[in-house]
Design a protein around this ligand. Structure first.
Ligand code: SAM
Length: 305
């Protein structure tokens, strides 16, 4: 079967309450239109949806938090595979599409709220109450592109202890930044944070043609397997991240200068040079060459006093 024929066959499959999966026809039948300001680029390729769901590796023990269910296409697949799904959607106009889904699946709850304002910890507790089978919490999302980084960082910084994994779609360029290693051009403060909290990798790329409306850029699906115990344990992760921020705010400068320019009390250029020396790191190194282990060790030395 040709690629196009395979695609046509998939599109003809019955999906949820819709005979044919086409975001435009779903939107038209409910009188909806995509809201650019909310990052509403809906997936129109079922094959991609099922690949994302497969990448999340779901089973009956999993409580899934979906950010931005949109027209609910991935939501249905998630509810079929996971023990329970809480889908958080900011746009109440999508109630006409999502409320019927909530009725269809007794393991699905739609929460109409801004994910950045929601008390996710309380939501997880409430859902787990009386459902002892739900052992893991996994985030799965085709993220709204205007707010990808804040959402990812919110989950990592506030909920790393309760999350097993995050599987999400972001712009290709953002995906590369999240997973890039020290020394590469895309490596930055966010790559250090991701490496601190998780083992992350790009699962596959998704062309812009798989969305409607079609975005300007291609996308990638990223999987983060969250560490139950981080690979490094600095005395203070806040201090480590202050150091990381200073290092990358002047990434073209040598690390000694970038850190001493940040004017942390008592952290002189001489102390930074000595600290690097004690870690057998060249005094002329740039911050972009250091991995999370080195940043942790350096912050333990520099913020000892
Ligand atoms: N999951 C659907 C799909 O794959 O076709 C929709 C993905 S679309 C890229 C992003 C979704 O996130 C939209 O439904 C949008 O309304 C929703 N959204 C945007 N900002 C949000 C926020 N702050 N909190 C929760 N949902 C949000």
């Amino acid at each position: 079967m040709s690629r196009q024929a395979e695609k046509d066959k998939l599109e003809k499959q019955e999906y949820g309450s819709h005979e044919r999966f086409s975001p435009y026809s779903i939107m038209a039948s409910y009188g909806l239109s995509a809201k650019k300001a909310l990052g509403q680029n809906f997936l129109s390729d079922l094959n991609v949806v099922s690949r994302i769901v497969n990448a999340a590796d779901l089973g009956p023990e999993d409580l899934v938090l979906e950010v931005g269910p949109g027209l609910g296409v991935m939501t249905s697949m998630l509810a079929e595979k996971a023990g329970y799904v809480a889908a958080i959607e900011i746009d109440r106009d999508l109630r006409c599409v999502l409320d019927p889904l909530e009725l269809k699946f007794d393991n699905l709850r739609i929460v109409y709220q801004d994910v950045m304002r929601l008390n996710i910890g309380a939501l997880i507790e409430e859902i787990k109450e009386g459902r002892p089978e739900l052992k893991n919490v996994k985030v799965v999302a085709n993220l709204p592109y205007y707010i990808t980084t804040p959402i990812i960082m919110m989950f990592l910084e506030q909920y790393a202890q309760v999350l097993r994994s995050l599987t999400f779609m972001v712009q290709k360029e953002v995906a590369r930044r999240l997973v890039s290693p020290p020394g590469s051009g895309e490596y930055g403060a966010i790559s250090v944070a991701v490496a601190y909290y998780s083992a992350a990798s790009v699962c596959f790329d998704v062309p812009a043609s798989c969305f409607v409306p079609r975005p300007k850029v291609d996308s990638s699906v990223v999987n983060m397997s969250v560490y139950s115990v981080p690979p490094v344990v600095p005395r203070s992760s806040d201090n480590m991240f202050r150091l990381v921020k200073a290092a990358f705010s002047q990434r073209r400068k040598m690390l000694v200068n970038a850190i001493s320019n940040a004017a942390f009390p008592g952290v002189t250029k001489e102390r930074v040079t000595d600290a690097l020396d004690s870690l057998s790191i060249s005094p002329s190194v740039r911050g972009e060459m250091l991995g999370v282990k080195e940043f942790a060790a350096l912050s333990d030395i520099l913020f000892d006093h």
